[in-house]
Design a binder for this molecule. Structure first.
Ligand SMILES: C[S@@+](CC[C@H](N)C(=O)[O-])C[C@H]1O[C@@H](n2cnc3c(N)ncnc32)[C@H](O)[C@@H]1O
Length: 362
């Protein structure tokens, strides 16, 4: 029997979130749902800088995908400018339906915006930035976030257009500036928007080149998030320490659902002893929700990770794969969204025929 035939999936998460008005942020084929979410609080931080402005704020986003950055900005705007803010989201949303259902990124964007309660201030504009931005009023925006086309040409075009659209004092910012130009050390890099690993860092060379083309210098950036302020030319920005409260509540509803659906699946299969595979951020986030469940009738015997075999997460020990021969393990649960496919294949090869349970459908 093909080992992968042993794979058990809990593909109900997306339909469950759609049916119950819960925002969905997990893996959707063929890509993950947002920029690394740790960066998003910096975006909320910039909006907080605009809090003293006593008039309707206008914010522009280029590249919204499923809405994670838009929701974080929307929440920050509601806190400081409730009823007096508009967030314009420009995206062609050309992504095809996901493998698991007929939802596409545009419908998921609308779902997430509504389910997160920010639909009152979001204005979605379907189209490519090159067609839409020329229609917008110059010097009318307070903040512009650039996260659309990541090619050198496309990103530079968007940055330049946003410079014209911002008022004096406004913030221009964007995602994916993991490296600055001088850090390429003269290496030839792709300009087409693809991700590359340069000197060990995964980065978006197109964005780095575009920033260099436009500003001609190193600019203020932190964890890949970059920003400049329009005041007497373009000035660097001091970032405030990111406040995780901007993202934790937004994602917790889904984590609770993920944990519930996974437990339901475990009970249905009558698995008693399981191990989690993967000790990364996904497990750190999900585990408290799994353990919180009062009716937890499963033993999470350990966490297997390719890089670590010592320590513990929420009291569950990190263990080696030897646990499979030492204990009667009923299933290996893949605890990762971004790397679910890879880990599932690996687990099928070392799991000795024990069922491999995926949480998300690839
Ligand atoms: C990295 S995703 C955006 C992620 C989103 N900002 C977040 O953090 O949740 C990039 C998005 O840019 C959109 N995009 C690509 N080229 C574009 C263009 N020329 N104009 C507007 N949007 C574009 C894509 O459709 C995709 O949805």
């Amino acid at each position: 029997m093909n080992k992968m035939e042993n794979n058990a999936e809990t593909p109900e998460l997306l339909p469950h979130c759609l049916a119950h008005g819960i925002p969905y942020w997990s893996r959707v084929s063929p890509r993950t749902i947002a920029s690394p979410i740790d960066r998003l609080p910096y975006l909320a931080g910039l909006i907080e800088h605009l809090a003293p402005i006593d008039r309707t704020l206008r914010v522009l986003e280029i590249g919204s995908y499923a809405g994670a950055s838009a929701v974080v900005m929307g929440k920050a705007l509601q806190k400081h400018h409730d009823g007096k803010a508009r967030l314009y989201c420009v995206d062609p949303w050309f992504h095809p339906p996901y493998a698991s259902c007929d939802f596409n990124s545009e419908r998921l964007f609308r779902h997430n915006i509504a389910a997160s309660g920010v639909d009152d201030l979001v204005v979605s504009i379907k189209g490519f930035s090159r067609d839409i931005l020329p229609l917008l009023k110059p010097e009318s925006f307070d903040l512009a976030y650039v996260d659309g086309d990541h090619s050198r040409h496309g990103a530079a075009l968007d940055i330049r257009a946003c410079m014209e659209l911002l008022r004096d004092g406004g913030y221009l910012c964007g995602d994916d500036l993991e490296l600055q130009h001088e850090e390429f050390n003269g290496l030839e890099v792709p300009e087409n928007g693809s991700v590359a690993v340069i000197n060990g860092t995964a980065c978006h060379p197109g964005v780095t080149l575009a920033v260099r083309d436009v500003f001609g210098r190193r600019i203020s950036a932190v964890d890949g998030f970059w920003a400049q302020r329009k005041t007497d030319g373009w000035q660097d920005v001091k970032f405030t320490r990111p406040n995780p409260d901007w993202i934790t509540p937004l994602f917790s509803m889904q984590h609770e659902s993920t944990a519930r659906l996974l437990l339901r699946r475990i009970q249905k299969e009558q698995w008693t002893n399981v191990v989690l595979y993967g000790a990364g951020k996904h497990t750190q986030t999900l585990l408290p929700w799994l353990l919180k469940s009062a009716f937890l009738s499963v033993n999470i015997c350990g966490i297997v990770d390719d890089a670590k075999t010592q320590g513990a997460l929420c009291g569950i020990p990190l263990v080696s794969r030897d646990i499979l021969s030492e204990k009667n393990i009923d299933a290996i649960i893949i605890s990762s969204d971004a790397h679910e496919n890879v880990l599932a294949e690996k687990a099928a090869s070392w799991g000795g025929g024990i069922p491999v349970c995926r949480i998300y459908k690839p």
